[in-house]
Every structure is written in structure tokens, then in C-alpha cells.
Design a binder for this molecule. Structure first.
Ligand SMILES: [Zn+2]
Length: 403
């Protein structure tokens, strides 16, 4: 026979420390009164919790502005530069790395372009290790390294740190979490927790937590890269499906008479609105090297680009209509190249939505990313912070300090 373990004062305290730290991480600086209001805890409890978090080096109290009757007031804020995670976004044509402080402050970033095509796993690990060395040099001695988050353009079993498939990287069944942990230990002797996730899922979470969709409970985030990926947050939870394949929105069939897709189907959404489809429509050669020229041409002659991309805009609209009808999210955030072409296709997209949903009572708000980092990278940082935000003092005991 089993029964739940009893709720002890220690468990309650750990839970409340986590709540306070999460509010400060997601909402920014807050007064003790704000924390009393948000948590429903009394003032002396909040005082004790803030003291514990400050003693652990996670938060600090500083003079704020706007105190009552002109008096300076104290506000509590995260100690961003002293507590950080490393976030990585592995793309087909680049790896982007960032050190992100508690509270979401971006402390340093690195962008490494690479040649399009299959990405040998060893090369990806080497790039992560090199980026880590570089990021460390820009961080202060004594800073605490709390975790690692890695965004992958593929199907990821997050719990196991296992990549089932990442077709555009050329990866199938890669125990990447274990491999990167061992590599960190070999190279620098230590490694905090590593969390892997699908890049679009991470993007959706980042937009939900601190981006365009913070006021909503449901958001679809679309990555626009060589292909199109999707992440869905519903009621605050990432939609994973029965086997982790939910969100393969780039493979919604929108045009059964269309081009073959690398998934084996035909006329998938990404064959109509992926990077190479856009380049072809605009008269450029497919491939990453053409994209900067395409963007420059768009800026030079927006009217011509609107004409050239009208067909692509129509297909973007068809896919968005399907998402609105099937998911009914509050927001759909267009990331990557979809964000870059949106100024040239928005009129066509809206027209298509109006035509296809004339009697709809609701319409998702179409938005562009509003974060200072790429959304998947910001989401990787959020995932890396998750253990610290769940049990702050315990995780601080496990964390590593830069010397
Ligand atoms: Zn497909």
C-alpha cells in the first residue's frame, strides 16, 4: 500500500520560494507588496522568502521609483548577471548561442553560420563547446551556471534528452543529451542539467512567457527556416500529442497537387512557403546564400516583391486558416523567414483569411516575435531555468560557479 507523502513545512516553503522566484523571473522587479498581492501570502512570510532567496544570491532588493508619498521604495529583482543559463539553437545553416540571466536578461550572444545541409553530430557538439568557452569569457567570475537548454529542429523526447529525428540536420535516434553532458564533463569537468526540446515548442513557450502572447493562454508559434515547424501552447501547456509528433504543422497538406516534400508526402505547407519556395517565387536560386540578396531586393523594391510573393502569401493564408479552424488560438506568431516576408504578404494573407472564414466569430491575432532573442533560443533558456525555478535553493546547491 502507498499513500502520498505528508505536506511538511519544508515542502510548503520550497513551493513558496519557487512561486516568488518565478514571479520575479517572468514579471521583472516587484515590491514586497506586489508579491503579497500576487501570492496571497502574508507580509512576514514574503519577507522571509525574499531573505532566503537573497542569501542564496538569486535576488536583491534595491531602491525603486514611485514609492508612496514620494518616499523611495524597495523593489525585489532577480540577480541577473550572477545567475545564468546557456541556451543554444541548432539550425540547418547556423548555431546561435546565448548566456541568459535569471529574469531573461541576455548577457551575451554568439552567431555561427555554417554551410547548409547535414550537420555531423560531432561538429554540432564541438560548436557548442567552443561557443561555451567564448560565452564564459564574457561572464563575471562568481556567476552561477544553472543549466543548459538546446533547441532542435526535430522530434525530441525531452525527458530522455533523445532526438528521434531531425531530418534537416540529418539526425535519427541520437542520444544527444547524454552525449553533450559527457562532452561538457570531459572538456570542462562539470555539466549542469541539459534540457533538449523542439525549436518551435520552445519558441511557443517563449512567446507565451515573455513575448507577443503573454496576455493569452493559447499561442501557435511558427518557425520559418528551410522548412516550417510549429509549436502549440494551449492552456499554458505545450501540445505534444500521443507520441510527441504534434506540431508538425509544416506537413499539413495544403496543396495535394503540389511539389513532393522530403517527408514523403506532396503539397505540404512547407513546400509552398518554405525558404526555397519563397526564393523561387522571387526569382532567386534556392539555398541560404540567396536569402540576404532576396531581403535586400525586397527592401529596394517592396512593390515588386509584393507581386512576386502573392502566391506564397496565399498559401501562408491557407495554412493559417487551417490553424484557426483546428486550434482557435489567441495568437499565431510568425517566426524566422515568415516574419521577414510578412510585410510583403500581409494583405494577401488577411484577404485569404477573410474569404475562407467569412462567418468566424473568432480570429487569432497574427503577430511577429517581440523578443530580443530568437524565440526558440529564448525558449531554450526558459527550459534551462525550469529546474531552478521549481526548487531554487536545492538547485543552487547543485549549480556550478565560474572561477
Ligand atoms: Zn511534408
Amino acid at each position: 500500500m502507498l499513500k502520498p507523502s505528508p505536506v511538511t513545512p519544508d515542502k510548503v516553503k520550497r513551493h513558496n520560494l519557487a512561486r516568488v522566484l518565478r514571479y520575479l523571473h517572468e514579471d521583472g522587479e516587484l515590491s514586497r507588496s506586489d508579491l503579497v498581492f500576487l501570492t496571497g501570502l502574508n507580509r512576514s512570510t514574503i519577507g522571509a522568502l525574499v531573505s532566503d532567496l537573497a542569501e542564496a544570491g538569486l535576488v536583491e532588493e534595491v531602491s525603486g521609483v514611485g514609492g508612496s508619498r514620494g518616499r523611495p521604495s524597495l523593489v525585489v529583482r532577480t540577480n541577473s548577471s550572477r545567475n545564468f543559463v546557456l541556451a543554444f539553437d541548432l539550425g540547418v545553416d547556423r548555431i546561435v548561442a546565448a548566456a541568459v540571466g535569471l529574469g531573461g536578461e541576455v548577457l551575451a550572444t554568439i552567431h555561427r553560420p555554417r554551410k547548409d545541409g547535414p550537420y555531423p553530430v560531432k561538429e554540432a557538439i564541438a560548436a557548442i563547446l567552443e561557443s561555451t568557452d567564448e560565452l564564459f569569457t564574457s561572464l563575471p567570475t562568481g556567476a552561477t551556471w544553472a543549466g543548459v537548454g538546446i533547441a532542435i529542429p526535430g522530434v525530441v523526447e525531452t525527458e530522455l534528452g533523445f532526438i528521434r529525428k531531425a531530418p534537416n540536420l540529418g539526425w535519427i535516434d541520437v542520444p544527444f543529451g547524454q552525449m553533450i553532458t559527457e562532452s561538457f564533463r570531459k572538456q570542462i569537468g562539470v555539466c549542469p542539467k541539459v534540457v533538449l526540446g523542439n525549436d518551435a515548442n520552445f519558441g511557443a513557450v517563449a512567446e507565451y512567457v515573455r513575448g507577443a502572447a503573454t496576455a493569452a493562454s493559447s499561442v501557435v508559434y511558427l518557425t520559418g527556416d528551410v522548412g516550417v515547424g510549429g509549436g502549440v501552447v494551449l492552456g499554458g501547456e505545450v501540445l505534444t500529442g500521443s507520441s510527441g509528433f504534434a506540431g508538425e504543422l509544416g506537413h499539413l497538406v495544403v496543396n495535394p497537387a503540389g511539389q513532393p516534400c522530403n517527408c514523403g508526402s506532396r503539397g505540404c505547407w512547407e513546400t509552398e512557403v518554405g525558404r526555397d519556395a519563397i526564393l523561387s517565387a522571387a526569382g532567386f536560386l534556392p539555398g541560404p546564400d540567396s536569402f540576404p540578396d532576396f531581403l535586400a531586393a525586397s527592401i529596394a523594391d517592396p512593390a515588386a516583391m509584393k507581386l512576386a510573393l502573392a502566391g506564397v502569401g496565399g498559401w501562408v493564408g491557407v495554412g493559417l486558416v487551417n490553424l484557426m479552424n483546428s486550434i482557435d488560438p489567441h495568437y499565431i506568431v510568425l517566426g524566422g523567414h515568415l516574419a521577414e516576408i510578412y510585410p510583403y504578404i500581409n494583405e494577401v494573407v488577411i484577404k485569404r483569411i477573410d474569404q475562407s472564414r467569412p462567418n468566424a466569430h473568432t480570429r487569432a491575432r497574427i503577430s511577429l516575435p517581440s523578443l530580443s532573442l530568437d524565440s526558440p533560443l529564448a525558449g531554450a533558456a526558459e527550459a534551462a531555468f525550469a529546474p531552478l525555478l521549481s526548487d531554487p535553493l536545492h538547485e543552487m546547491d547543485q549549480a556550478f560557479v565560474l572561477i
